[in-house]
Design a protein around this ligand. Structure first.
Ligand code: C5P
Length: 222
C-alpha cells in the first residue's frame, strides 16, 4: 500500500501546527511535528551544557541521544532516551536553542531518516521548514503556510496575554523577524517555498478556513 504525504512548511507562528493537526484529524492522517524533534535535541544540549559550536562535543552528544516518537489520541509525544519530554520542550529557552542546533548539518542528518521512515508507512501531514524541499521532495501535496510577521506577532501576543504574561507587540514582532531571518538564511536546509508548493497565506484566514483549504486540496490530490 502506498502512503500519501502532505508537506507543510513555513515560518514560526504561521499556525502550521494547529492547522496541520486539525487537517490530519479530518483526513485520518498522522500529524508529524518535526519542530518537536529539533526541540528534543536542543533540550538535551541545554540540560547537558553541550557547546554545540564544538563539532566533537556536538557529535559525541548526538551519539548519546535516542529520539523516540509516540502517538496517543492523535497527539505526538517525544521521548528523549526513553523519557517523555513533550512538556519540557515548549519553553522559550528551548525555542531559541532549537533554531541554533537545527542549523547544524549533523543534527539534520540524524533526523532525516527518522522523518522519512515515519512517512513511508503511514499517511502523514508533516510540518517543518524543509519537508517539501528536502525530507519529502516527492510528496504529492506541498503547502507553504505563511502569514505577515505583524499578524503572527498579534497571534502570539494574544496567546501570551491570555496566559497573563506582560509583553510588547513590537518586541514580539522583532523576535519573530529575527527567527525568520535565521531560519531562511542558514546554509543548511534554509526555509524556502518548494517550487511545487502551494502558497497559503493565513493572514486573513481563520483556522477553520485554512484547514478546509488543505483538506480540499488533499481530497483533490488523492
Ligand atoms: O516549529 P518549531 O517552532 O517547533 O521549530 C523549532 C525550531 O526548529 C525552528 O525555529 C527551526 O529552527 C527548527 N526546525 C527546522 N526544521 C524543521 C522543523 C524545525 O530547522 N523541519
Amino acid at each position: 500500500v502506498m502512503s500519501f504525504s502532505i508537506a507543510i512548511d513555513g515560518p514560526a507562528g504561521a499556525g502550521k501546527s494547529t492547522v496541520a493537526r486539525c487537517a490530519a484529524q479530518k483526513l485520518g492522517f498522522v500529524y508529524v511535528d518535526t519542530g518537536a524533534m529539533y526541540r528534543t535535541i536542543a533540550l538535551y544540549m541545554l540540560e547537558h551544557k553541550v557547546d554545540v559550536e564544538n563539532q566533537n562535543a556536538l557529535e559525541k552528544a548526538l551519539s548519546q541521544i535516542e529520539i523516540g516518537v509516540r502517538y496517543q489520541d492523535g497527539m505526538q509525544q517525544m521521548l528523549l532516551n526513553g523519557v517523555d519530554v513533550s512538556g519540557r520542550i515548549r519553553t522559550q529557552e528551548v525555542s531559541d536553542q532549537a533554531s541554533v542546533t537545527a542549523a547544524k548539518p549533523a543534527v539534520r542528518e540524524k533526523l532525516l531518516n527518522l522523518q522519512r521512515e515515519l512517512a513511508r508507512h503511514e499517511n502523514v501531514i508533516m510540518d517543518g521548514r524543509d519537508i517539501g524541499t528536502r525530507i519529502l521532495p516527492d510528496a504529492p501535496l506541498k503547502i507553504f503556510l505563511t502569514a505577515s510577521s505583524r499578524e503572527r506577532a498579534r497571534r502570539r501576543y494574544a496567546e501570551l496575554q491570555q496566559k497573563g504574561e506582560v509583553c510588547s507587540l513590537e518586541e514580539i514582532q522583532r523576535e519573530i523577524e529575527e527567527r525568520d531571518d535565521r531560519d531562511s538564511h542558514r546554509a543548511e536546509a534554509p526555509l524556502r517555498q518548494a517550487d511545487d508548493a502551494i502558497l497559503l497565506d493565513t493572514s486573513d484566514l481563520s483556522v477553520e478556513e485554512a484547514v478546509d483549504r488543505i483538506v480540499n486540496l488533499a481530497e483533490t490530490a488523492m
